[in-house]
Design a protein around this ligand. Sequence first.
Ligand SMILES: Nc1nc2c(ncn2[C@@H]2O[C@H](COP(=O)(O)OP(=O)(O)O)[C@@H](O)[C@H]2O)c(=O)[nH]1
Ligand SMILES: [Mg+2]
Length: 238
Amino acid sequence: MFDALTDRLSSVFDRLSGRGVLSEKDIDEALREVRVALLEADVALPVVRDFIAKAKEKAAGQDVIRSIRPADQVVKITYDGLVEMLGGEGGAEGLNISLNPPTVILMAGLQGSGKTTTAAKLGLKLGKDRKKVLLASLDTRRPAAMEQLATLAAAAGVDSLPIVAGQSAPDIARRAMSAAKLQGYDILILDTAGRTTLDEAMMSEAAEIARIANPSETLLVADSLTGQDAVRTAKAFH
Ligand SMILES: Nc1nc2c(ncn2[C@@H]2O[C@H](COP(=O)(O)OP(=O)(O)O)[C@@H](O)[C@H]2O)c(=O)[nH]1
Ligand SMILES: [Mg+2]
């Protein structure tokens, strides 16, 4: 999604910067192309509409046409709008660390979206921040999913919950909780199973795990290529 968007926006802006003075029509045209670029990158229509309306307003307010480098102004307005849309500069929120450890982080998402990999990356990051991290795989479905997490955890230099064959996901969640409490872990990251599409069984299992673990953070992992579908998945997972 972001690669496609980058290419499209670059070509819109390249054409603009080739010109000196921009007319109001030029700017309208450029924003129309930005709109198409966003839609082609699968950004939701209401988001695109809102984005373009704000950009137009700013462009009108800042006397873009009379400014020295109008093309740069249009690029800046678009850039600022994108940053704002994605949560603001430096506005990426930190993790919600619980006051009484362990802080439980639950990974959710569809199969193959990158939950296990992201769990390990988070473990690596938090380990570097001098947190005592325990990773636990509740994925009883995908073959070798638990070994995958254990291998990645070892590479990241953080601990993983010993694998016990035959346990259900809620049982593993309970075992992970008590291990994290007893052994004084700061952070417990629970990696869950996903399916290729949303389904009832997966949702009720995720809900049960959330009830047991009462996570401080539930992180949805989604492939950046999914576009609008990620919103649907996020809503389904609450
Ligand atoms: N290119 C790329 N591949 C990734 C990324 N994260 C995970 N993967 C790969 O995507 C595949 C599925 O990842 P995994 O973490 O097992 O997904 P899970 O099923 O949600 O746990 C694996 O082959 C990962 O190596 C990423 O950020 N970029
Ligand atoms: Mg996995």
